[in-house]
Design a protein around this ligand. Structure first.
Ligand SMILES: C[S@@+](CC[C@H](N)C(=O)[O-])C[C@H]1O[C@@H](n2cnc3c(N)ncnc32)[C@H](O)[C@@H]1O
Length: 285
């Protein structure tokens, strides 16, 4: 019995025609076929759309993030995400929610348990096949796709909410996918996020706020809610500090001395500071 892909709004990344499942493949009317991997996910990132052979996070980064998140260190971030989504989707009927840049699926898998999403069409998409492979083992009811945020392969006007946690968003590409009341929820690092680690590994720390939303406003979005959480997770042990460095860009950006200092740590207490911004397409006047 082939694994059944739940999402009914997928389109072919090559010609944008609807995809339907035939045995172990998704097929479009012009004959393009995309086979399901044995874990049940589908690769909808055609070679011609790839900028590198193995795009997105590496296997090592994905495994580090999975260990770190599964230890519950960022559970409050996921809990607030779930609360916000429960509130905004409580009255939606069979909503379609996409986690754009879902990584190894921690947040979307936990989001799937909220009452508002009991009969939802949930899609997790990431450009890293390693991330999607790991995610697809978490929850078989979610549709997991290898793909790019620059061309999410779903029908126009079919999505209620696009969630982007610590990811790469593109308002111009997201907008046509959203229903009239569709929303985008950005989950990003606040000024104090991991400040203790940053002070250790960089000669000078840039305390920068979340990016401005000019690109969103230019596309006709408006900010409808902004909230944040700060908390101190349990002290990280040496392995968790190493995982944190591997799963973020900090490992590449840190100075040589900074990396040595981090490698010598036996434990580290960090601050988590996360900002949630909810955007909606402005109704036409
Ligand atoms: C910092 S990680 C965040 C992962 C996950 N959202 C989380 O918070 O655990 C960023 C993710 O974006 C993915 N990514 C990078 N460029 C992408 C793109 N163009 N389209 C989709 N995913 C992308 C990476 O592979 C990586 O998994």
């Amino acid at each position: 019995m082939p694994h059944q892909i739940a999402a009914q709004n997928l389109i072919c990344p090559l010609d944008q025609l609807p995809l339907s499942q035939v045995n172990n493949s998704l097929c479009c009317p012009s004959g393009h076929t995309f086979d399901l991997a044995k874990q049940g996910y589908v690769n909808l990132l055609p070679v011609q759309k790839k900028r590198s052979k193995d795009p997105g996070d590496s296997k090592e980064m994905v495994l580090a993030r999975q260990r770190y998140l599964d230890a519950g260190i960022y559970q409050p971030i996921s809990e607030r995400l779930n609360q916000i989504c429960q509130q905004i989707l409580a009255d939606s009927i069979e909503p379609c929610v996409i986690d754009a840049g879902c990584g190894e699926g921690y947040y979307l898998n936990r989001l799937a348990s909220i009452p508002a999403l009991a009969s939802a069409n949930l899609i997790g998409l990431d450009i890293s096949k390693w991330a999607v492979q790991a995610a697809s083992k978490r929850n078989k009811k979610i549709t997991w796709l290898v793909g790019t945020n620059a061309q999410i392969p779903v029908q126009p006007n079919s999505v209620d909410l696009i969630v982007c946690t610590f990811g790469f968003y593109d308002f111009a590409r997201f907008k046509p996918l959203l229903k009239a009341n569709g929303m985008v929820l950005l989950v990003e690092s606040g000024e104090e996020h991991l400040i203790e680690l940053r002070e250790l590994i960089y000669p000078e720390v840039q305390r920068s706020n979340v990016p401005d939303l000019a690109a969103a406003y230019a596309e006709g979005f408006e900010l409808v809610d902004q909230q944040s959480i700060q908390f101190k997770p349990n002290t990280l042990n040496h392995e968790q500090v190493t995982d944190l460095l591997v799963m973020t860009p900090h490992l590449y950006r840190a100075s040589f001395e900074g990396k040595q200092k981090a490698a010598a740590l036996t434990e580290l207490s960090v601050t988590a500071d996360v900002v949630y911004r909810l955007l909606k397409i402005k109704p036409k006047a």
